[in-house]
Design a protein around this ligand. Structure first.
Ligand code: ADP
Ligand code: ZN
Length: 745
């Protein structure tokens, strides 16, 4: 219970959620809505034997009827304000509970800690088809090869379609068009010819995941370091004892293989494993390795699947058919009934933090869940978050280290280029390195953490920079199509040539990924350059089209944002270039140095994963900055030590517990006043230091004025208690609580 006490100070939530009530005649129902609490309903005698904890029910709610979740049962009505009339449950929606007791408990704790409604968390825990009152969605139709191929002559195109299906297995029409550009007329023709057939599609995986499954599973002999890690984790698992391990392994040290061995042991014991990854569409290779090892025992949970697929996967997990569940953050609520292992890969990644309501950090909930279910929790990273590293140093977590890359692979060499005396945006050293790499037939990654064409349009004469009318943010200039786009609210306008204030000439300033691609194509006209960023990865297919081209060796230079630094394993990539390492360092955020260090180290981790040594070139105007200095020698501990000193001196996490309150509304005076009133509540608390209120760095977004207030405290319990009285809304000003915030803008 150590972890739980750390987070919530032993708050007595376990005593809720009564299990063995003899004759429950009342229940609590929570709703998938932003309402402040659940409500009590009576259970009519006809439903007494049917209604159970974790089911959906239809109940009267104000003048309407609403679907809600049964979250507690009582034999006597709780004390309610005088005159409250308890209404009856109208009907049950499910035959069986759709949420397990353990997940319900997790959700309760999350709700207490993050101050978000229980119902919102349950909604996140369920596949979309079960969130409201609807029944699971229909299965999709997919196209497969006919059982016996008729003796017909195929055209070249038709043969290509057959080959594709042979390689990928059944595909939907959409996938056929996407993967091979096959039109519906060719599909129709081949259906008529009896070469292919259309069938209901079961719980399958998107083509990209199947194609990455190696046919033969190589017998991998573990390295000494891996063996030690596995035996330590497995013996903890065999004792069925909660413990969290921080697996700090340099990039390419074989962490994934360690996870796989641990999951394999869990399967032998009949236990499930939950494997959380930051973004599934970026890691087809990774999924492929789990799939080739565990076949149909693997389930995937992420938003790239169709509604039907998500429901089917969810069902396979609930029935215990799938025992290794790989998913993104909301998979932390997956209905695994006997949980043995919880893995959070790339645990430092900020995508574990959900920034919309309900706000939560899936990495932290994963630890709580492991704690609740006596599971072995592994947080893995080459660049652990300082929070987790601190927990390891004070022995709350157990540190396991993998210090060497597997096999002959060496860590890449890193060179820092001082851009104060070099060509912008691509230095001579970088051009030379790219040439050398491509001439050897190897590939290049170029990272620039800024999408769009250029971050500004600026008047040459008066310095005017056009801003979004809804937000206190300058427009990003996009070239194809030419637009000024606000990256916060999505508002866009056509660009203009002349300054609206002085008539001067507007010039493009700075560089984004679109412009970088153009620049690289100009320098290397005979090479294939591709781009991967939020703009190229829209939709369900995300970035896997680009990744497949990369996998097939069709791309020479991949330009992109931080997405390209995440988890890939392509041995042909031997050069990584960071075009402008300082992008993140300028943000007013205490994690700026940590993020920069992580990004540089992770990019270095993508290079030289085969036999050849990789190299990285980092371009910076502040080459002496310590995050760059430590990334240059890829020394996590050195960086962590220096950064920890700063955090301690200035009072930032992991040494204190931080909470951010965000106030937003239409009118500045009101927002300011409400923020000041709320701040004064905390000024009385001796255990909490309140900083602010002050205008947020993004002081206006989507036409709303924003102020914020920070709470620093050594005690999470004190903050939880103090926050309990804070309303969600006050005089038209909305108040959002963000505990352990990642975004400070
Ligand atoms: P990490 O997750 O630490 O970056 P991976 O688990 O992706 O590293 O391992 C890198 C590569 O090394 C993968 O292709 C993996 O299959 C391979 N590998 C892992 N362990 C071994 C081993 N003991 N022997 C040979 N190859 C290994
Ligand atoms: Zn805007």
């Amino acid at each position: 219970m150590v972890v739980w006490q750390w987070y919530c100070g032993g708050m007595d939530v376990l005593s809720k959620g009564s299990t063995d009530i003899e004759a429950p005649s009342y229940c609590q129902v929570d709703f998938p809505l932003v309402v402040d609490k659940g409500y009590t309903y009576s259970i009519p005698s006809g439903l007494l034997h049917r209604l159970r904890l974790g089911m959906r029910v239809l109940v009267p709610f104000g003048k309407k009827k609403e679907i809600g979740y049964v979250t507690d049962l009582f034999s006597h009505p709780p004390e309610l304000p005088e005159g409250t009339e308890i209404q009856p449950v109208l009907k049950t929606i499910d035959a069986e509970p759709i949420i397990t007791r353990e997940v319900l408990e997790l959700v309760r704790r999350a709700s207490e800690y993050y101050l978000e409604p229980v119902g919102l968390f349950i909604k996140s825990a369920l596949p979309p088809s079960l969130r409201g009152g609807n029944r699971p969605a229909e299965l999709k139709r997919a196209i497969a090869l006919a059982d016996s191929l008729p003796q017909v002559k195929l055209t070249k195109r038709q043969q290509e379609l057959v080959d594709l299906l042979q390689r990928e297995g059944p595909l939907t029409r959409k996938e056929l068009s996407l993967l091979g550009g096959f039109s519906s007329s060719i599909v129709k023709r081949m259906l008529e010819m009896g070469v292919i057939k259309e069938e209901e599609r079961g719980p399958r995986f998107m083509g990209v995941f199947r194609s990455s499954v190696p046919d033969v599973v190589e017998a991998i002999e573990l390295t000494e370091e891996q063996k030690r890690a596995v035996s330590c984790l497995v013996s903890n698992l065999e004792e069925r004892r909660y413990n969290t391990f921080l697996l700090h392994g340099v990039t390419g040290s074989g962490k994934t293989e360690v996870y796989i061995r641990l999951c394999a042991r869990a399967i032998e014991m009949g236990l499930g494993s939950l494997v959380l990854v930051p973004e599934i569409s970026l890691t087809p290779h990774y999924i492929g390795r789990f799939r080739s090892r565990f076949k149909e025992r693997v389930a995937l949970l992420h938003s790239g699947l169709s509604v039907a697929e998500r429901w089917r996967e969810w069902e396979r997990i609930r029935r215990g058919e799938a025992l290794v569940i790989i998913g993104t953050r909301s998979a932390v609520f997956a209905p695994v009934s006997k949980l043995g292992v919880v893995i959070v890969d790339e645990e430092h990644d900020s995508s574990y933090k959900q920034e919309t309501r309900p706000r939560y950090n899936a990495r932290d909930l994963a630890v709580w869940r492991g704690n609740l279910e006596n599971a072995t929790v592994v947080l893995g990273s080459a660049t652990p978050s300082l929070e987790s590293y601190h927990n390891a140093l004070i022995k709350r977590y157990t540190l396991i280290e993998l210090t060497k890359r597997v096999g002959e692979a060496k860590l890449p060499t890193v060179k820092v280029v001082d851009m104060r005396r070099e060509n912008w945006p691509i230095s001579k050293s970088l051009v030379k390195a790219i040439e050398e790499t491509l001439n050897k037939g190897e590939k290049v990654l170029l990272l620039l953490n800024q999408r769009g064409y250029a971050p500004f349009l600026m008047c040459q004469d008066c310095g005017f920079v056009p801003q979004c009318p809804n937000c206190e943010v300058s427009f990003t200039y996009h070239r194809s199509p030419p637009l000024l786009v606000c990256h916060y609210c999505g508002h866009f306008e056509g660009p203009f040539d002349l300054c609206p204030t002085c008539g001067g000439e507007m010039k493009i300033r700075g560089i984004g990924t679109q412009r970088l691609q153009e620049e690289v194509e100009r320098l290397f006209p005979e090479r294939v350059v591709a781009r991967m960023d939020k703009d190229t990865s829209k939709g369900r297919e995300g970035s896997w089209k680009v990744l497949r081209r990369l996998e097939r060796g069709e791309v020479d230079i991949l330009v992109g944002t931080q997405m390209i630094a995440k988890g890939h394993h392509y041995p042909s990539i031997t050069l990584g270039g960071v075009v402008f390492a300082d992008v993140g360092l300028r943000l007013p955020d205490f994690r700026a140095a940590e993020r920069t260090f992580q990004l540089l180290t992770q990019l270095a981790g993508r290079t030289g994963r085969g036999e050849k040594v990789g190299r990285v070139i980092v371009q910076s105007f502040v080459p002496y900055h310590y995050s760059i200095k430590w990334a240059k020698i890829q020394d996590f501990k050195g960086f962590a030590e220096e950064e920890m000193k700063m955090r301690k001196a200035f009072g930032f996490p992991p040494f204190i517990h931080l909470t951010r309150l965000l106030f937003s509304g239409k009118r500045e005076d009101k927002v300011e006043r409400v923020a000041a009133e709320v701040a004064s509540i905390f000024q009385k608390s001796p255990k909490i230091q309140a900083l602010g209120p002050a205008p947020a760095p993004l002081s206006r977004l989507r036409n709303r004025v924003r102020w914020h207030l920070f709470l620093k405290s050594g005690s999470r319990v004190a903050v939880t208690e103090a926050l309990k009285g804070i309303p969600l809304r006050k005089r038209g000003v909305s108040i959002e609580v963000d505990r352990d915030p990642y975004s400070l803008l």
